[in-house]
Design a protein around this ligand. Structure first.
Ligand code: GLY
Length: 429
């Protein structure tokens, strides 16, 4: 794969990136151009709509129907704890949902979307908007209450530093990474995910995504502490989160001596099911770990999870149901966020190995599905979000079959990675 890519890059460079071989017809990338143009217009309209209010778009408010939830979860209504579920105000259903505060775990994605749209097109207005929304998160550099500071700050300030580097941004990232490292327990070998709930020391598969902040700060500082902690966390998670078929539990809680207290779910169908986004976080996280460590244990894990995902998907368009074990019925919601995270991960995975074509092909299928009318919003609709049809937390009655900012984030990231692999740039589409 690597050799093929190198060959394509060389030939494409000689041909002005026109195509891999002059004998082949030029590939039709109109779907890609439409995806980027739609994304940019949606983001620009949202920026205009939000104006100078300190608000970060997150999703669209949805309600839920109890019978529907019970059918999806195959549970008796009497087993529900009503207090756990989000109860949207009826009048708000269908309107734009903003992050509750800058400390919401999704607060970094909207600024990140603007950075990615800027990277894709070079449009200066997007860069200015990205910087403005990123700066709203400045106080988060001192926040220590969740592992999600990795998502929040790497997607906003991390992209800011990549695309418009500044010493002041680097110190923000270092401070955040130090706070994330303070959540690492050496007896357990993991970073603690949550500070709420019934668990002694909860670690969720999503935590694999926060490691990229540590890898990035390792590169910025050359201090091995960040990478060592990240890789130890990945190693412990590999040992305890996965089942024989490489699907993963959502939550593993540890006792203080490092033994496992319990394994369960918080957002999946049931404790033993395979929550779709969790599997996506896993393949993405282990791909990052291999990129940074070149440890083949992590590569094999990434491939195993990717193969499991490709085997378990039940839909023709490859966009997974919200849980791989959800009932296979027409009304079961799909999760575009899981698809966009998987697409982004598999494109990167394909570039790290010789035999990566199968992963690139699958990612391309996901991207084409997401870029179709079934998932990509029409300009001016969908409250300004790019993709429709994600699921946040079905068991908690939250964000069911709705756009969500992180689906858009990983979609844009996947588009960027796809264009890099294909040697494309926006202006030549
Ligand atoms: N990290 C929370 C989620 O994936 O919903």
């Amino acid at each position: 794969m690597k050799k093929i890519l190198l060959f394509c890059y060389t030939v494409a460079a000689l041909q002005g990136f026109s195509s891999c071989s002059s004998n082949q017809p030029k590939e039709d990338y109109s779907w890609l151009k439409n995806a980027i143009d739609t994304s940019v217009q949606q983001l620009e309209e949202t920026v205009a709509d939000v104006g100078d209010s300190v608000l970060l778009p997150r999703a669209i408010w949805t309600g839920y129907d109890m019978d529907f939830l019970c059918n999806q979860l195959q549970r008796d209504p009497s087993t529900f704890k009503d207090s756990l579920r989000v109860k949207p105000i009826k009048a708000s259903i269908g309107s734009r949902r903003y992050c509750g505060s800058i400390y919401d775990w999704t607060s970094g994605f909207f600024p990140g979307n603007l950075w990615y749209a800027y990277q894709l097109t070079g449009k200066e207005n997007l860069k200015a908007s990205a910087a403005k929304f990123t700066n709203y998160l400045y106080p988060v550099r001192k926040y220590t209450g969740t592992h999600d500071i990795g998502f929040m700050m790497n997607c906003s300030y991390g992209n800011a530093n990549r695309l418009a580097p500044a010493d002041s941004i680097q110190s923000i990232l270092v401070q955040t990474a130090d706070n994330l490292c303070d959540r690492f327990n050496p007896n357990i070998g993991c970073i603690r995910s949550w500070d709420f709930g019934k668990w002694n020391f909860p670690v969720i598969i999503d935590n694999m995504m926060n490691l990229d902040l540590l890898f990035y700060v390792n590169h910025l500082t050359n201090n091995p502490k960040y990478k060592d902690i990240a890789l130890k966390h990945a190693e412990t998670t590999l040992k305890n989160h996965f089942r024989e078929d490489y699907s993963s539990y959502h939550v593993v809680s540890y006792k203080n001596d490092g033994n496992v207290e319990l394994k369960c779910t918080h957002q999946g169908k049931n404790d033993d099911s395979s929550w779709a986004r969790g599997q996506a976080w896993g393949v993405y996280g282990y791909t990052s770990c291999y990129r940074e460590s070149k440890d083949t244990l992590f590569l094999q894990q990434a491939k195993n999870i990717a193969n499991m995902i490709m085997k378990c998907v039940k839909t023709d368009d490859a966009i997974p149901l919200w849980d791989y074990d959800a009932p296979d019925m027409p009304e079961t919601p799909r999760d575009a966020s899981a698809a966009s995270i998987t697409a982004s991960a598999l494109i990167e995975l394909s570039t790290l190995i010789e035999d990566g074509q199968v992963y690139l092909d699958y990612a391309e299928k996901l991207l084409k599905s997401l870029s179709s009318d079934a998932y990509l919003a029409k300009v001016g609709t969908n409250q300004g979000f790019i993709l429709m049809h994600s699921v946040g937390s079905l068991p908690n009655g939250s964000e069911i079959d709705t756009p969500i900012n992180y689906a858009d984030y990983y979609y844009l990231e996947a588009l960027i990675r796809y264009m890099q692999v294909k040697g494309l740039d926006y202006k030549s589409l």
